[in-house]
Design a protein around this ligand. Structure first.
Ligand SMILES: Cc1cc2nc3c(=O)[nH]c(=O)nc-3n(C[C@H](O)[C@H](O)[C@H](O)COP(=O)(O)OP(=O)(O)OC[C@H]3O[C@@H](n4cnc5c(N)ncnc54)[C@H](O)[C@@H]3O)c2cc1C
Length: 308
Protein backbone atom coordinates (compact mmCIF):
# COMPACT_ATOMS: atom_id res chain seq x y z
CA UNK A 1 0.00 0.00 0.00
CA UNK A 2 1.33 3.46 -0.93
CA UNK A 3 2.26 6.05 1.68
CA UNK A 4 -0.58 8.36 0.72
CA UNK A 5 -3.10 5.55 1.26
CA UNK A 6 -1.57 4.66 4.63
CA UNK A 7 -1.74 8.32 5.61
CA UNK A 8 -5.37 8.51 4.53
CA UNK A 9 -6.18 5.44 6.60
CA UNK A 10 -4.46 6.92 9.63
CA UNK A 11 -6.17 10.28 9.25
CA UNK A 12 -9.55 8.58 9.51
CA UNK A 13 -8.62 6.89 12.77
CA UNK A 14 -6.70 9.45 14.82
CA UNK A 15 -7.06 13.11 15.72
CA UNK A 16 -3.34 13.78 15.37
CA UNK A 17 -1.53 15.23 12.31
CA UNK A 18 -0.26 12.93 9.59
CA UNK A 19 2.40 14.08 7.11
CA UNK A 20 3.82 12.16 4.13
CA UNK A 21 7.45 12.41 2.92
CA UNK A 22 7.95 15.12 5.48
CA UNK A 23 11.43 16.75 5.55
CA UNK A 24 12.89 16.15 9.00
CA UNK A 25 14.68 19.49 8.79
CA UNK A 26 11.26 20.95 9.68
CA UNK A 27 11.27 18.91 12.91
CA UNK A 28 14.81 19.17 14.29
CA UNK A 29 16.47 22.13 15.99
CA UNK A 30 19.48 21.56 13.68
CA UNK A 31 17.16 22.26 10.72
CA UNK A 32 18.77 19.27 8.99
CA UNK A 33 17.43 15.92 7.83
CA UNK A 34 15.92 14.11 4.85
CA UNK A 35 12.27 13.03 4.71
CA UNK A 36 10.36 10.71 7.00
CA UNK A 37 8.06 8.36 5.06
CA UNK A 38 5.26 9.18 7.50
CA UNK A 39 5.44 11.64 10.36
CA UNK A 40 2.62 11.62 12.89
CA UNK A 41 2.05 14.03 15.76
CA UNK A 42 -0.43 12.19 17.99
CA UNK A 43 -3.06 14.41 19.61
CA UNK A 44 -3.14 12.39 22.82
CA UNK A 45 -1.13 9.77 24.67
CA UNK A 46 -3.78 7.12 24.00
CA UNK A 47 -3.12 7.34 20.25
CA UNK A 48 0.44 6.06 20.72
CA UNK A 49 -0.47 2.34 21.19
CA UNK A 50 -2.77 2.51 18.18
CA UNK A 51 0.03 3.99 16.03
CA UNK A 52 2.55 1.37 17.16
CA UNK A 53 0.22 -1.51 16.33
CA UNK A 54 -0.65 0.14 13.00
CA UNK A 55 3.06 0.39 12.12
CA UNK A 56 3.85 -3.14 13.28
CA UNK A 57 1.05 -4.66 11.17
CA UNK A 58 2.41 -2.92 8.08
CA UNK A 59 6.06 -3.68 8.78
CA UNK A 60 6.95 0.00 9.26
CA UNK A 61 9.87 0.73 11.58
CA UNK A 62 9.03 3.35 14.24
CA UNK A 63 11.20 6.22 15.45
CA UNK A 64 10.06 8.41 18.33
CA UNK A 65 11.06 12.04 18.74
CA UNK A 66 10.28 14.75 21.23
CA UNK A 67 11.40 18.09 19.82
CA UNK A 68 14.32 16.73 17.82
CA UNK A 69 16.74 18.89 19.81
CA UNK A 70 19.36 16.23 20.48
CA UNK A 71 19.42 14.47 17.13
CA UNK A 72 21.04 14.63 13.72
CA UNK A 73 18.89 13.07 11.00
CA UNK A 74 20.86 11.80 8.03
CA UNK A 75 20.24 13.23 4.57
CA UNK A 76 18.41 10.15 3.25
CA UNK A 77 15.76 10.60 5.94
CA UNK A 78 13.96 8.12 8.16
CA UNK A 79 12.17 5.07 6.75
CA UNK A 80 8.82 4.12 8.24
CA UNK A 81 6.85 6.03 10.83
CA UNK A 82 8.20 8.91 12.90
CA UNK A 83 6.16 9.69 16.00
CA UNK A 84 6.80 13.26 17.04
CA UNK A 85 5.47 14.31 20.43
CA UNK A 86 6.23 18.05 20.42
CA UNK A 87 2.94 19.68 19.52
CA UNK A 88 1.13 16.54 20.72
CA UNK A 89 0.25 15.33 24.25
CA UNK A 90 1.13 18.10 26.70
CA UNK A 91 -1.31 18.05 29.63
CA UNK A 92 0.10 18.97 33.01
CA UNK A 93 -1.50 18.04 36.33
CA UNK A 94 -0.39 19.58 39.60
CA UNK A 95 -1.28 18.06 42.97
CA UNK A 96 0.48 19.67 45.92
CA UNK A 97 4.20 19.18 45.36
CA UNK A 98 3.67 16.47 42.76
CA UNK A 99 3.41 17.29 39.07
CA UNK A 100 2.61 14.97 36.16
CA UNK A 101 3.38 16.04 32.59
CA UNK A 102 2.60 14.32 29.31
CA UNK A 103 5.67 13.45 27.28
CA UNK A 104 5.23 16.14 24.60
CA UNK A 105 5.33 18.98 27.15
CA UNK A 106 8.26 21.30 26.46
CA UNK A 107 10.62 21.57 29.43
CA UNK A 108 10.75 25.40 29.52
CA UNK A 109 6.94 25.46 29.57
CA UNK A 110 6.85 22.98 32.44
CA UNK A 111 9.39 25.06 34.37
CA UNK A 112 7.15 28.12 33.98
CA UNK A 113 4.12 26.11 35.08
CA UNK A 114 5.98 25.05 38.25
CA UNK A 115 6.85 28.69 38.88
CA UNK A 116 3.13 29.60 38.71
CA UNK A 117 2.48 27.21 41.59
CA UNK A 118 5.55 28.40 43.52
CA UNK A 119 7.23 25.01 43.06
CA UNK A 120 11.00 24.79 42.96
CA UNK A 121 13.18 22.10 41.32
CA UNK A 122 12.69 22.68 37.60
CA UNK A 123 14.68 25.91 37.23
CA UNK A 124 17.43 23.99 35.38
CA UNK A 125 14.97 23.19 32.55
CA UNK A 126 14.17 26.72 31.59
CA UNK A 127 16.54 26.91 28.61
CA UNK A 128 16.58 23.29 27.46
CA UNK A 129 14.62 23.17 24.18
CA UNK A 130 13.35 19.60 24.49
CA UNK A 131 10.28 17.73 25.68
CA UNK A 132 9.81 16.05 29.03
CA UNK A 133 9.93 12.62 27.31
CA UNK A 134 13.22 13.35 25.52
CA UNK A 135 14.52 14.92 28.72
CA UNK A 136 13.96 11.74 30.73
CA UNK A 137 15.50 9.51 28.08
CA UNK A 138 18.61 11.75 27.94
CA UNK A 139 18.60 12.60 31.67
CA UNK A 140 18.77 16.24 30.56
CA UNK A 141 20.42 18.66 32.92
CA UNK A 142 22.01 22.06 33.31
CA UNK A 143 23.13 24.52 35.99
CA UNK A 144 23.66 21.75 38.54
CA UNK A 145 20.16 20.25 38.12
CA UNK A 146 19.05 17.24 36.12
CA UNK A 147 16.07 15.00 35.54
CA UNK A 148 17.09 12.25 37.93
CA UNK A 149 16.93 14.73 40.85
CA UNK A 150 13.26 15.50 40.30
CA UNK A 151 11.62 12.55 38.50
CA UNK A 152 9.92 9.96 40.69
CA UNK A 153 8.07 7.87 38.15
CA UNK A 154 7.80 7.43 34.40
CA UNK A 155 4.90 5.95 32.50
CA UNK A 156 5.99 4.06 29.40
CA UNK A 157 4.31 2.09 26.70
CA UNK A 158 6.73 -0.83 26.50
CA UNK A 159 7.86 -3.45 24.01
CA UNK A 160 5.32 -5.81 25.62
CA UNK A 161 2.61 -3.41 24.35
CA UNK A 162 1.47 -2.46 27.86
CA UNK A 163 1.50 0.80 29.79
CA UNK A 164 3.76 0.51 32.84
CA UNK A 165 4.76 2.87 35.60
CA UNK A 166 8.45 2.64 36.39
CA UNK A 167 10.01 4.11 39.53
CA UNK A 168 13.13 6.28 39.15
CA UNK A 169 15.36 3.37 40.27
CA UNK A 170 14.33 1.28 37.25
CA UNK A 171 15.55 3.96 34.82
CA UNK A 172 19.26 3.63 35.73
CA UNK A 173 19.86 7.28 35.08
CA UNK A 174 23.44 8.47 34.69
CA UNK A 175 25.13 11.42 33.05
CA UNK A 176 23.03 12.07 29.87
CA UNK A 177 21.99 8.46 29.99
CA UNK A 178 19.12 6.20 31.03
CA UNK A 179 18.04 2.63 30.46
CA UNK A 180 15.27 4.00 28.21
CA UNK A 181 17.72 4.75 25.39
CA UNK A 182 17.10 2.50 22.42
CA UNK A 183 15.01 -0.10 24.23
CA UNK A 184 11.70 0.33 22.35
CA UNK A 185 9.96 1.94 25.30
CA UNK A 186 7.89 5.01 24.64
CA UNK A 187 7.70 7.55 27.46
CA UNK A 188 4.15 8.80 27.78
CA UNK A 189 3.97 10.61 31.16
CA UNK A 190 6.48 11.75 33.76
CA UNK A 191 5.87 12.40 37.47
CA UNK A 192 8.02 14.93 39.31
CA UNK A 193 8.43 15.59 43.03
CA UNK A 194 9.10 19.27 43.72
CA UNK A 195 8.91 21.45 46.82
CA UNK A 196 7.31 24.76 47.63
CA UNK A 197 9.64 27.73 47.41
CA UNK A 198 9.76 31.49 47.11
CA UNK A 199 8.27 32.53 43.75
CA UNK A 200 10.58 35.54 43.35
CA UNK A 201 13.67 33.40 44.03
CA UNK A 202 12.55 30.71 41.59
CA UNK A 203 11.97 33.35 38.92
CA UNK A 204 15.35 34.97 39.58
CA UNK A 205 17.13 31.58 39.28
CA UNK A 206 15.42 30.95 35.94
CA UNK A 207 16.39 34.36 34.61
CA UNK A 208 19.95 33.82 35.80
CA UNK A 209 20.10 30.45 34.03
CA UNK A 210 18.82 31.99 30.80
CA UNK A 211 21.30 34.88 31.00
CA UNK A 212 24.17 32.44 31.55
CA UNK A 213 23.11 30.29 28.60
CA UNK A 214 22.77 33.27 26.28
CA UNK A 215 26.22 34.52 27.23
CA UNK A 216 27.95 31.14 26.71
CA UNK A 217 26.08 29.33 23.94
CA UNK A 218 25.03 30.12 20.36
CA UNK A 219 21.42 29.78 21.55
CA UNK A 220 19.90 31.66 18.60
CA UNK A 221 21.53 29.54 15.84
CA UNK A 222 20.22 26.11 14.71
CA UNK A 223 22.11 23.37 16.57
CA UNK A 224 21.47 20.22 18.58
CA UNK A 225 23.12 21.45 21.76
CA UNK A 226 26.38 19.89 22.98
CA UNK A 227 27.86 17.56 20.40
CA UNK A 228 29.89 15.50 22.89
CA UNK A 229 29.42 14.51 26.50
CA UNK A 230 32.06 15.73 28.93
CA UNK A 231 34.76 13.15 29.61
CA UNK A 232 35.27 12.34 33.31
CA UNK A 233 36.60 15.44 35.12
CA UNK A 234 36.91 17.49 31.91
CA UNK A 235 34.81 19.81 29.76
CA UNK A 236 34.54 18.71 26.13
CA UNK A 237 34.21 22.38 25.11
CA UNK A 238 37.55 23.27 26.73
CA UNK A 239 39.37 20.36 25.08
CA UNK A 240 37.89 21.24 21.71
CA UNK A 241 38.78 24.90 22.07
CA UNK A 242 42.38 24.01 22.97
CA UNK A 243 42.51 21.65 20.01
CA UNK A 244 41.77 24.68 17.84
CA UNK A 245 38.51 23.65 16.19
CA UNK A 246 36.47 26.81 16.79
CA UNK A 247 35.23 28.22 13.50
CA UNK A 248 36.09 25.03 11.56
CA UNK A 249 33.59 24.83 8.68
CA UNK A 250 32.36 22.06 6.41
CA UNK A 251 29.68 23.09 3.91
CA UNK A 252 26.98 24.88 5.87
CA UNK A 253 28.08 23.49 9.25
CA UNK A 254 30.48 25.24 11.59
CA UNK A 255 31.98 24.69 15.03
CA UNK A 256 30.51 27.66 16.90
CA UNK A 257 32.88 30.51 17.73
CA UNK A 258 30.96 31.00 20.97
CA UNK A 259 31.28 27.42 22.24
CA UNK A 260 33.53 24.76 20.72
CA UNK A 261 31.19 21.91 21.73
CA UNK A 262 28.37 23.26 19.54
CA UNK A 263 28.01 22.79 15.78
CA UNK A 264 25.74 25.34 14.17
CA UNK A 265 23.91 25.21 10.86
CA UNK A 266 24.86 28.44 9.13
CA UNK A 267 22.28 27.71 6.42
CA UNK A 268 21.85 24.74 4.11
CA UNK A 269 24.07 22.40 6.16
CA UNK A 270 23.66 18.70 5.39
CA UNK A 271 24.01 15.82 7.82
CA UNK A 272 27.11 14.81 5.83
CA UNK A 273 28.66 18.23 6.63
CA UNK A 274 27.97 17.75 10.33
CA UNK A 275 29.25 14.16 10.38
CA UNK A 276 32.49 15.29 8.71
CA UNK A 277 32.94 18.01 11.34
CA UNK A 278 32.22 15.57 14.17
CA UNK A 279 35.00 13.29 12.93
CA UNK A 280 37.43 16.19 12.63
CA UNK A 281 36.61 17.41 16.13
CA UNK A 282 37.15 13.92 17.53
CA UNK A 283 40.47 13.53 15.70
CA UNK A 284 41.70 16.96 16.82
CA UNK A 285 41.09 16.10 20.49
CA UNK A 286 42.42 12.56 20.17
CA UNK A 287 45.64 13.81 18.53
CA UNK A 288 46.23 16.56 21.06
CA UNK A 289 45.11 14.92 24.31
CA UNK A 290 44.72 11.22 23.54
CA UNK A 291 41.08 11.47 24.69
CA UNK A 292 38.25 9.91 22.71
CA UNK A 293 35.22 12.19 22.79
CA UNK A 294 31.86 10.41 22.87
CA UNK A 295 28.86 11.85 21.07
CA UNK A 296 25.87 13.15 22.99
CA UNK A 297 23.92 13.90 19.81
CA UNK A 298 22.05 10.86 18.52
CA UNK A 299 22.24 10.06 14.83
CA UNK A 300 19.07 8.81 13.15
CA UNK A 301 18.02 7.73 9.68
CA UNK A 302 19.94 6.69 6.62
CA UNK A 303 22.37 8.25 4.16
CA UNK A 304 20.29 7.36 1.17
CA UNK A 305 16.98 5.56 1.05
CA UNK A 306 15.81 3.76 -2.02
CA UNK A 307 12.09 4.52 -2.07
CA UNK A 308 10.82 2.12 -4.66
C1 LIG B 1 20.37 25.13 22.02
C2 LIG B 1 20.33 23.81 22.76
C3 LIG B 1 20.69 23.77 24.09
C4 LIG B 1 20.66 22.56 24.80
N1 LIG B 1 21.00 22.56 26.11
C5 LIG B 1 20.96 21.41 26.81
C6 LIG B 1 21.29 21.39 28.20
O1 LIG B 1 21.62 22.40 28.80
N2 LIG B 1 21.23 20.20 28.85
C7 LIG B 1 20.86 19.05 28.22
O2 LIG B 1 20.81 17.99 28.87
N3 LIG B 1 20.52 19.04 26.91
C8 LIG B 1 20.56 20.18 26.19
N4 LIG B 1 20.24 20.18 24.87
C9 LIG B 1 19.91 18.90 24.20
C10 LIG B 1 18.42 18.52 24.21
O3 LIG B 1 17.59 19.65 24.30
C11 LIG B 1 18.11 17.54 25.35
O4 LIG B 1 18.85 16.33 25.21
C12 LIG B 1 16.62 17.18 25.41
O5 LIG B 1 16.41 16.39 26.55
C13 LIG B 1 16.14 16.40 24.19
O6 LIG B 1 14.73 16.43 24.20
P1 LIG B 1 13.90 16.23 22.85
O7 LIG B 1 12.47 16.17 23.22
O8 LIG B 1 14.27 17.26 21.85
O9 LIG B 1 14.41 14.81 22.40
P2 LIG B 1 14.78 14.35 20.93
O10 LIG B 1 16.01 15.06 20.48
O11 LIG B 1 13.59 14.42 20.07
O12 LIG B 1 15.14 12.82 21.21
C14 LIG B 1 16.29 12.47 21.95
C15 LIG B 1 16.30 10.94 22.15
O13 LIG B 1 15.22 10.60 23.00
C16 LIG B 1 14.32 9.71 22.33
N5 LIG B 1 12.96 10.14 22.74
C17 LIG B 1 12.41 11.38 22.67
N6 LIG B 1 11.18 11.38 23.20
C18 LIG B 1 10.93 10.12 23.61
C19 LIG B 1 9.83 9.48 24.25
N7 LIG B 1 8.70 10.13 24.56
N8 LIG B 1 9.93 8.15 24.54
C20 LIG B 1 11.06 7.46 24.23
N9 LIG B 1 12.12 8.00 23.61
C21 LIG B 1 12.06 9.31 23.32
C22 LIG B 1 14.57 9.88 20.85
O14 LIG B 1 14.26 8.72 20.12
C23 LIG B 1 16.05 10.17 20.83
O15 LIG B 1 16.77 8.97 20.92
C24 LIG B 1 20.25 21.37 24.14
C25 LIG B 1 19.87 21.43 22.80
C26 LIG B 1 19.91 22.63 22.10
C27 LIG B 1 19.47 22.66 20.67
Amino acid sequence: MGLAMLAGELEQQIKGRVLVNEPMKNHTTFRIGGPADLLVIPAEVEEIPFLLVFAERRGLPVTILGNGSNVLVRDGGIPGLVLKLRGGPKKIEVDGESLVAEAGTMMPLLAREALKYGLTGLEFMIGIPGTVGGGVVMNAGAHGGCMEQVVTQVEIFGPDRKFRRLPLMALQMGYRNSSLQGNFSYVTRVRFRLSHGDRELIKERMEQNLRYRRSKQPWNRPSAGSVFVNPQGEAAGRLLEMAGVKGLTRGGAQVAEKHANFIINKGGATAADVLALIEEMQSAVANKFGIELKREIQILGEDRICRG
